[in-house]
Design a protein around this ligand. Structure first.
Ligand code: 3PG
Length: 395
């Protein structure tokens, strides 16, 4: 793919696909990470004299102009972060957007309204893509986190204009390639989360590509139960036992070592400070549930990390949102950060809960790379082709 190094934006209208799908609560943005990570691309384009036209989806309005899903509030957020004026047009295509785009001067920045206000966006309607392409001379995609969607603004329009990866897209792709595409070995992956059933493809792909696969979270209970251990009232998927056993066999055949918990922290209920204790795998009391892995497991994972060169992390070990069941996640995260700083480990994390878990552990800034993507990061771990990335590669 081509990066901004290959684009001279001076005097050109650049359609920049951003991911401004920020978390908003009661009309307020609760986490500015995605804007902060996008800012360098906007700054670079504007400072080099580009006329920047930003488009994005926000939430899921399903083709309707849902007022709460307007991108208008992002105008001020962008302006504050960038320290520059940002214009706004309340549609991403049409006469008004065309006039505004035509009126831009070098270095100007314009934000367009939610692409998903048009039903054509999610259908990858060529007419919508053509309407957006009409606004610009070149297309820059900086929305890795939306690249798993084959939509007009992520895929369709990339085929109609000279297309480039923005700096955030570039950083994501380079980090992911260094973690799984072309990694230093041994590679250790930590996969947690509630359900085996939602991470089947991910576990399958990981077991073919990494050297050690550590399984944590509630999904570990399903594996332990499938091996005949009693799991009490722990969350697990009884119907997935055969699948869990075949994942273990596949991994073995592929030469991937699977690490399951060696001990567990069991509690009476899913609540902060619920009475709890550490037990061995065959000592989970009937009426208790596993909410974290125990200290023996943490030590074993830390020992493996010491010999690993690359770590890919998706999903916490335990119920990290409630104390003290964050202990294993925090301990392993801090060890990963320490080894990263010592220079022996390249550590990449991402996907859903993982970012909050790593932030909770205070290591977000100390890992080699923490992805800003949720679903896209997961699909990439599954080994899927991301349409938004593929559209850049074929250009
Ligand atoms: C995300 O927040 O993960 C992306 O913006 C994609 O959003 P979507 O799941 O609504 O397509």
């Amino acid at each position: 793919f081509r990066t901004l190094d290959a684009l001279d934006p001076r005097g050109k209208r650049i359609l920049l696909r951003a991911d401004l799908n920020l978390p908003v609560k009661d009309g307020r943005i609760t986490d500015m990470t995605r804007i902060e990570r996008l800012a360098p691309t906007i700054r670079e384009l504007a400072e080099k004299g580009g006329r920047v036209i930003i488009c994005s989806h926000f939430d899921r309005p399903k083709g309707k102009r849902v007022p709460e899903m307007s991108l208008k509030p992002m105008q001020a957020a962008l302006a504050t972060t960038l320290g520059r004026e940002v214009g706004f047009v309340d549609d991403c295509i049409g006469a008004e957007a065309e006039a505004a785009a035509a009126g831009l001067k070098d270095g100007d920045i314009l934000l367009l309204e939610n692409t998903r206000y048009h039903a054509g966006e999610e259908k990858n309607d060529p007419a919508l893509a053509a309407g957006m392409a009409k606004l610009a001379d070149a297309y820059v995609n900086d929305a890795f986190s939306a690249a798993h969607r084959a939509h007009s603004s992520t895929e369709g329009v990339a085929k109609l204009l000279p297309a480039y990866a923005g700096r955030l897209m570039q950083a994501e792709l380079e980090a992911l390639d260094a973690a799984l595409g072309n990694p230093q070995r041994p590679v250790l992956a930590i996969v947690g989360g509630a359900k085996v059933s939602t991470k089947l493809d991910l576990l399958g792909n990981m077991s073919r590509r990494v050297d050690v696969l550590v399984i944590g979270g509630a999904m570990a209970n399903t594996f332990l139960a499938a091996q005949g251990h009693g799991v009490g009232k722990s969350l697990q998927e009884a119907e997935m036992h055969d699948t869990a056993r075949s994942i273990l066999e596949q991994a073995k055949a592929a030469g991937c070592e699977i690490m399951l918990p060696l001990d567990l922290v069991v509690a009476e209920g899913f609540a902060a400070h619920s009475p709890n204790r550490v037990v061995g795998l065959d000592d989970v009391p009937e009426g208790m549930m596993a909410l974290d892995v125990g200290p023996a497991t943490v030590e074993a994972v830390k020992a493996k990390l010491a010999t690993a060169r690359t770590l890919v992390w998706n999903g916490p070990f335990g119920a990290f949102e409630i104390a003290p069941f964050d202990a294993a996640t925090v301990a392993v995260a801090q060890e990963a950060a320490r080894l990263t700083e010592a220079g022996t480990l390249r550590s990449v994390g991402g996907g859903g809960d993982t970012v909050s878990a790593l932030r909770h552990a205070g290591v977000n800034e100390r890992m080699s790379y923490v992805s800003a993507a949720g679903g896209a990061f997961l699909e990439w771990l599954e080994g899927k082709t991301l349409p938004g990335v593929a559209a850049l590669e074929t250009r």
